[in-house]
Design a binder for this molecule. Structure first.
Ligand SMILES: [Zn+2]
Length: 207
């Protein structure tokens, strides 16, 4: 079954962990819209965002049908993780510091996931790789946790920004670091046309 709202969702966060945060599509309009309200929607989004492979989708969906309570518990934790990632990165977007209690919480998350990380040799390089069982739910969120860890350690915290219009968080990967909007086509162009509208109105009132 298709979920058009997720199919249409842009992945403009510049990092998987921020794309996950942006599954709450508009934090500023008070609508409380949330595109990930169930395990199934989370799984669907994770496949779109390439957090999991397509082949894992069917396996995990079947596992959730067999272990519905476990899937529900996992889903609750996955949403707590999303809130935590937002709480970690939002202050950075406002040029503020991360709260020590939030960093503590993230350390607890890392402690839970890190036993599943393994070193592996891959075409002459050593890489860190997840070693989850095929039907383990943590497979879905593992890459998100790793992404948050990578961004926090990237030395580019000043590049974490909040779109002033919709409240999306993104990592500005542009060359000059001047990106202002989550997307030029969406919020950027809307803001531009709004600006244009006000300027025209002012011009008219001056006439
Ligand atoms: Zn935006």
């Amino acid at each position: 079954m298709k979920i058009p709202a997720i199919d249409d969702l842009r992945l403009d966060g510049g990092a998987l962990c921020l794309d996950y945060v942006n599954t709450v599509p508009d934090r500023k309009d008070g609508s409380g819209r949330d595109l990930v309200k169930s395990f199934h929607e989370l799984l669907y989004w994770a496949r779109k965002a390439k957090a999991i492979e397509s082949s894992a989708f069917t396996t995990l969906e079947r596992a959730a049908a067999e272990r519905s309570r476990g899937a529900k518990e996992f889903f609750t934790q996955a949403i707590q993780l999303r809130t935590l990632i937002y709480d970690l990165f939002y202050p950075l977007s406002q040029k503020q510091r991360i709260k020590p209690t939030d960093l503590d919480s993230f350390n607890k998350v890392m402690a839970r996931y890190s036993p599943h990380l393994q070193m592996a040799a891959e075409s002459g390089e050593i890489v860190l790789r997840w070693a989850f069982d095929a039907d383990q739910f943590l497979r879905i969120t593992g890459p998100i946790v790793k992404s948050a860890q990578d961004v926090l350690l990237s030395g580019k915290l000043e590049r974490i920004k909040e779109c002033p219009r919709c409240g999306w968080l993104f990592l500005d990967t542009s060359k000059n670091g001047m990106r202002r909007w989550c997307s030029m086509e969406d919020c950027g162009s809307n803001a531009k046309s709004l600006h244009y509208y006000y300027r025209k109105r002012e011009e008219r009132s001056e006439e």
